[in-house]
Design a protein around this ligand. Structure first.
Ligand SMILES: [Zn+2]
Length: 239
């Protein structure tokens, strides 16, 4: 996990970017963040790190106590049919809860987070949009295929999203955390054609970058009213 120094540097940068975009109120709120009085803003990297630490500890002890005899899968669910975030985190989480309930009932426990990135395409096949996805740990007695197959119909492959559903079996609790804790910051993800390759033909790849000031301001509008905690997702358990 990153250090508080790194998170504070990132916070300074974000405050500067918001001010640069004349978002003085938002910048002020994050600038007033103190460890004793955390601002809890979704864009605040320090509050995010505190949440990552706290939730990480809870999750580790939960896994130690309850998940010894279960299978653990790290799953990434990238929305493909209805990929763009409409500004309603609660609705996105409710949709997933309904899907899990319908497909698995109480045969799975799912813990993780809702996440966003700005999806950009350097080939200009689509306009940049805020792409919603989930990172989850699934605790269950079901097999990998029994989890993957039913989910497939909600996460079809599209031109934009080649691999909407990713699932790997995890063996250590520590590794689990790297999959499911909220990411330290919101990135933009840029698809590009990789031509610097000698072994094979040019292929499509993607790289992540920090948001530009203008993009950060846009995100700030999108997630206004949400706190860091609102990004957590829990199904069948409350840590
Ligand atoms: Zn804060």
């Amino acid at each position: 996990m990153e250090s508080f120094e790194t998170a504070k540097d990132r916070r300074t940068q974000i405050i500067r970017q918001l001010r640069n975009q004349s978002r003085f109120d938002e910048a002020e709120e994050i600038d007033n963040c103190l460890l004793r009085h955390p601002c809890q803003q979704a864009l605040c990297p320090v509050c995010k790190l505190s949440l990552r630490k706290e939730f990480g500890e809870k999750l580790t002890s939960f896994l130690r106590n309850r998940a010894r005899d279960s299978n653990l899968y790290a799953i990434t669910l990238i929305e493909s049919a209805n990929a763009e975030f409409n500004g309603d985190i609660r609705q996105a989480k409710n949709t997933l809860t309904q899907r899990l309930r319908r497909l698995f009932g109480n045969r799975v426990i799912a813990i993780g987070c809702f996440d966003l990135c700005l999806n950009q395409d350097s080939l200009k096949e689509w306009k940049p949009f805020w792409h919603k996805h989930f990172h989850l740990i699934i605790i269950t007695n079901l097999t990998k295929e029994n989890i993957k197959m039913p989910l497939k119909r909600f996460y079809p492959t599209t031109r934009q999203v080649k691999r909407p559903l990713r699932i790997v079996k995890v063996r250590t609790f520590k590794r689990t955390l790297t999959y499911v804790l909220p990411a330290p910051y919101f990135p933009r993800r840029v698809r590009f054609l990789n031509t610097k390759t000698t072994q094979r033909k040019p292929f499509l790849a993607a790289k992540e970058y920090p948001l530009k000031a203008r993009e950060l301001a846009e995100l700030s509008d999108k997630i206004k009213g949400n706190k860091v905690r609102d990004f957590l997702f829990q199904y069948g358990v409350r840590l």
